[in-house]
Design a protein around this ligand. Sequence first.
Ligand SMILES: *[C@@H]1O[C@H](CO)[C@@H](O)[C@H](O)[C@H]1NC(C)=O
Ligand SMILES: *[C@@H]1O[C@H](CO)[C@@H](O)[C@H](O)[C@H]1NC(C)=O
Ligand SMILES: *[C@@H]1O[C@H](CO)[C@@H](O)[C@H](O)[C@H]1NC(C)=O
Ligand SMILES: *[C@@H]1O[C@H](CO)[C@@H](O)[C@H](O)[C@H]1NC(C)=O
Length: 359
Amino acid sequence: MEERLYLYPLLLSFLVLVAHSHDVPAIFIFGDSIFDAGNNQFIKNCTARADFLPYGLNYFHRPTGRFTNGRTVADFIAESLDIKMQIPYLQVQMEILNGSRKDYPSNGVNFASAGSGVLRATNRDMEVISLQMQLRQFQALIEQNQVNKKLVQKSLFFLESGSNDIFNYFLPLEPQELDPRSYVQSMLAEIRHFLNQTHRLGARRIALFSLGPVGCVPARALLPRAPLHKCFGRMNKMVKDFNSGLEDIVMDFPNKYPGAVGVYGAVYDVVQLFRAIPARYGFLNVTSACCGDDGPLGGSLQCGKKGYKICGNPNQFLFWDYFHPSEHAYKLISKALWAGKRSQIRPLNLKTLSHLNRG
Ligand SMILES: *[C@@H]1O[C@H](CO)[C@@H](O)[C@H](O)[C@H]1NC(C)=O
Ligand SMILES: *[C@@H]1O[C@H](CO)[C@@H](O)[C@H](O)[C@H]1NC(C)=O
Ligand SMILES: *[C@@H]1O[C@H](CO)[C@@H](O)[C@H](O)[C@H]1NC(C)=O
Ligand SMILES: *[C@@H]1O[C@H](CO)[C@@H](O)[C@H](O)[C@H]1NC(C)=O
């Protein structure tokens, strides 16, 4: 009895900690087309776009610039936090310039740009916004006091980038100077630089999401040396090396970034489970694009481009188009990230990260 009483204060303070409702007012989102909510449509000559139908078909019923048939993982997490979806940075800028908006939104901003990578050169010719430029855009907001520093400290920070760097490594017309290992190391150096800067600018709750199995995307049909009947093993090997470097960075967070909490979302493993047991997750097809051409995997043509075909039920497909998951897949991934177990996101899930009472 005595001993149990001793435990009570500890237990109670723990319960208070987890029962406290979250106070995450905002999300700041960085990365590529997995997260892009429409930034690229505000760049005049940008060629990585999804601002035409049937993108957006099954939720927004209009194109928003998102590269899927509905909401993205970032959108679903915003819903879980009970805050509004983050709008594209370039949309905010445009609205402030044309006088239809006065202040930056208090629920965060989406900086992600489809086609971009963690390396500056990746798809530069498509006029995408590199991760480094996304960081500079965020930095300008902080330095010009456009967003409150207290708000930034309570916010979630999301980063997902690297698929385009690794996919492009296998493009036939770009001979690579680096071997796969050095290439991945150069990518991880950019991630560390990004984290140093966002931490310096006030980020305290940071989620790094692993890449999915990029070697399994239908767009591998575009690569002359990729197999079609199975995933592209050499590409997935690089992805796994990158992901494991990312997880090491997160494990090192307490030493490197005092006061910040980092989590690693194991999206790769979550998606591999969908591929292994499709029926359990409501998928009928985990290999081909729902929307694309009628060649192998539907992977040689972007959805919505002249001559495209679309399946009857997009949410029965893992892949909406040649590179991107369907909204159904994103919804399942976001569930795993929000409240999942350690095999899905660690050391904390996003729900616990959001409820941490950081005083
Ligand atoms: C877009 O491309 C056109 C034609 O190449 C060029 O004249 C124009 O300056 C470009 N616009 C921007 C904003 O880069
Ligand atoms: C301002 O820009 C936004 C975003 O491009 C647009 O939706 C809106 O219609 C514009 N408003 C005015 C008054 O021009
Ligand atoms: C990040 O900051 C740490 C010190 O806080 C430093 O040792 C490291 O070199 C920096 N890394 C990069 C890539 O800027
Ligand atoms: C997936 O869908 C594609 C395109 O509709 C089709 O060709 C393929 O046979 C399907 N695969 C499976 C396993 O059902």
